[in-house]
Design a protein around this ligand. Structure first.
Ligand code: PLP
Length: 231
């Protein structure tokens, strides 16, 4: 199937999942996770109507920016980001979704201040408390956000999470609901400079469950572009 057909099918699946949950499908943005796909594939996805692109690797981001691959769509950074590479990402992307540790938050703050800009970010939550994954633990978020005034050059737009791989379909809903409830708790604190408008959760295999649990942004790679070639 073509990229355009895949995007159309996913849109329909988003619509079905949203309506089943009593949600307006327009509340959910489709982010094309473009890692290991070239500029031509990215352009096809944008032409097919994805809302934005998400890039994982700094080198690929830089390459595709130089090819003007994202023309017509916002681009987000969604992968692990080393602090020595923030300069190549801050100010280059509309949103950094994968802010997973204090040291990175500080590095983004410092670079954004240097550039005289405000960088939109999401805080990544390690919702399954997995050693293999980055992200803040849930209980770290409220204290961090109480202190977010110390990072005046970032704006927190919400949360991002990658739940553990679950054996049975539906088991992941507990993690998605935890994220949703965290966002509700944070919103109740009414912190300045913090929005919880964006909940980035759900990928090719589980986005319908994520939509059922309040996701506002799904990040889809394989279901749009086909399997990635790791050779
Ligand atoms: C690759 C990737 C995705 C997309 O994964 P698929 O299973 O191919 O849809 C989503 N989020 C992040 C952070 C990724 O690295």
């Amino acid at each position: 199937m073509s990229i355009a057909e895949n995007v159309a099918r996913i849109r329909e699946q988003i619509k079905q999942a949203a309506m089943a949950a009593g949600r307006d499908p327009s509340e959910i943005q489709l982010c094309a996770a473009t890692k290991m796909n070239n500029a031509d594939a990215v352009r096809q996805a944008i032409a097919a109507g994805v809302d934005l692109c998400g890039e994982n690797r700094v080198q690929e981001l830089t390459q595709k920016l130089s090819e003007n691959a994202y023309a017509g769509a916002p681009v987000h950074f969604i992968g692990h980001l080393q602090t020595n590479k923030v300069r190549q990402v801050v100010g280059k992307v509309d949103l950094i979704q994968s802010v997973d540790r204090l040291k990175l938050l500080q590095a983004i703050q410092d670079e954004a201040q240097k550039q005289g800009i405000r960088q939109n970010i999401l805080l990544q939550v390690n919702i399954g408390r997995e050693d293999s994954k980055g992200g803040f633990y849930a209980e770290e978020l409220l204290p961090l956000l109480e202190n977010i005034g110390s990072f005046p050059n970032v704006f927190v737009c919400g949360l991002m999470a990658i739940p553990p791989i679950c054996q049975n379909s539906g088991d992941n809903r507990k993690f998605f609901l935890e994220i949703y409830n965290l966002a509700v708790d944070i919103t109740a604190k009414n912190s300045d400079n913090v929005s919880m408008a964006t909940l980035s959760m759900g990928m090719s295999d589980d986005f319908a469950d994520a939509v059922a649990c309040g996701s506002t942004m799904i990040r889809v790679g394989t279901a749009i572009f086909g399997p990635r070639n790791y050779q």
